[in-house]
Design a protein around this ligand. Structure first.
Ligand code: NZQ
Ligand code: ZN
Length: 385
């Protein structure tokens, strides 16, 4: 009889969800806090979020730092760390998507660390303390607003690294679906796919009789599939609020407790952003189908289960489920191959493999026993015509 792994679960992020959730901000940021308000390239100044946040914090001391890039860089974030130190700031408020939230986590840790900040990103330094972080979310995709993960890129050498910092897990996250209304279609498409693959990474392994986790994972994936099927309603608040909650639940940790997980798609896809600047969600759609085909025997039982429970196939096979995943991505204008993007590099597979080797991800092992030969076949299928 298969059984769950032991687990401990605690997610301390307070979520405030809804159209009136900005009203909570004032009381959530402690009185007397000296706040760093961190944001990106300026979308918040066009959609009214900046005014709402600054107004809510009018009784607080706030210093702003703008210009956190999508796929935030170590170099930019370190300028914010300097600002936190010189201004003696003690609370980090991220106003943005995954990039700003991840950046806030790094800043919160680096501000209290005397060594090289890259020790945090490379997980060489185990972070034990961080400044408190809060998030006002403006893009639904990553789940960063209530998890401990972060992804930072060193622009100097195109190195993009994922790391986990529990002390910087946000204290609160404000999820007001109205703010998603200003997102371009491309970011909504990315959000559906990123959230879907987050669930897949915690579900598409082998069955362990996890009735609750499987059932919840399938519900979130069905919701995301429904959002793709009703994409023409994407400007309705009902559609947006479902995306916001689905993306949060996909990576707040609850789906993955006690079950085997496999983050190989993410580990490989990261290199396509680092090398070619492709949006995170799109890199997943390029890698995942090739990865599923290469590892189909190890994942066969769960692929069949997914075909039935998520795509409503009456006689699902692993092969037809992969085809259903691909047509779901295609319906969202995702590239399914590097050749479907602007990246035009005949040496792409060689470069990606080298990056994976350099970062220790060329033979991830795991339940599908990924060795370098399998990884290379996946990368070639995804990147070579
Ligand atoms: O910078 P601004 O001007 O704000 O524009 C942003 C950015 O250009 C724009 N945007 C955000 N909210 C908007 C808006 N435009 C109009 N209206 C709004 N309401 O959207 C663009 C993309 O933003 P970004 O934050 O980069 O997107 P996303 O949330 O997809 O985050 C991607 C980053 O998160 C990492 C990715 O690797 C990537 O670096 N991830 C983080 C994870 C985590 N912490 O758990 C897990 C994920 O797997 C992922 O790896
Ligand atoms: Zn992701």
């Amino acid at each position: 009889m298969p059984h769950l792994f032991d687990f401990s679960y605690h997610n301390p992020t307070q979520i405030h969800f809804g159209l009136n959730s900005f009203s909570k901000l004032k009381e959530l940021v402690p009185q007397g806090a000296r706040v760093l308000m961190l944001y990106g390239g300026g979308s918040i100044k066009k959609n009214g979020v900046y005014e709402q946040v600054t107004q809510a914090l009018s009784g607080h001391q706030v210093v702003e730092f703008a210009g956190v890039e999508p796929n935030p860089t170590f170099e930019t974030l370190n300028r914010a760390v300097d600002l936190v130190r010189t201004e003696n700031l003690d609370f980090i408020l991220a106003v943005g998507g995954g990039s700003v939230s991840d950046g806030a986590k790094y800043i919160a840790c680096a501000a209290l660390y005397d060594g090289d900040g890259w020790d945090i990103v490379s997980s060489k330094h185990k972070v034990e303390r961080a400044l408190p972080v809060g998030v006002v979310l403006t893009l639904a995709a990553t789940g960063s607003e209530s998890n401990a993960g972060a992804v930072v890129t060193r622009a100097a050498n195109h190195e993009k690294r994922v790391f986990y910092v529990q002390p910087a897990r946000p204290r609160f996250a404000i999820l007001n679906p109205q703010v998603l209304a200003s997102l371009p279609d491309r970011q909504l498409e990315n959000g559906v796919v990123d959230a879907f693959v987050h669930v897949c990474e915690q579900y598409l392994t082998y069955p362990v009789g996890a009735l609750v986790q499987d059932g919840y994972a399938e519900a979130v994936m069905r919701a995301l599939k429904t959002l793709a099927d009703t994409f023409e309603q994407r400007r309705d608040i009902g559609w947006l609020q479902n995306l916001m909650w689905a993306a949060n639940q996909a990576l707040c940790g609850i789906i993955g407790v006690g079950v085997p997980t496999d983050w190989a798609t993410h580990r490989m896809a990261v290199e396509l952003t680092a090398l070619y600047g492709i949006d995170h969600g799109r890199t997943l759609a390029i890698i995942q189908p090739a990865l599923l085909r290469e590892t189909i025997e190890a994942k066969r039982a769960k692929l069949e289960q997914m075909g039935r429970a998520v795509f409503g196939l009456t006689q699902p096979s692993a092969e037809t489920t992969i085809a259903a995943i691909e047509s779901f991505y295609r319906s969202l204008n995702m590239p399914l191959h590097l050749g479907d993007t602007d990246a035009n590099d005949p040496e792409a597979a060689t470069r990606v493999m080298q990056a994976l080797r350099d970062h220790g991800n060329a033979a991830l092992g795991g339940h599908a026993e990924l060795d370098e030969a399998k990884t290379e076949r996946i990368i070639r299928a995804a990147c070579c015509k």
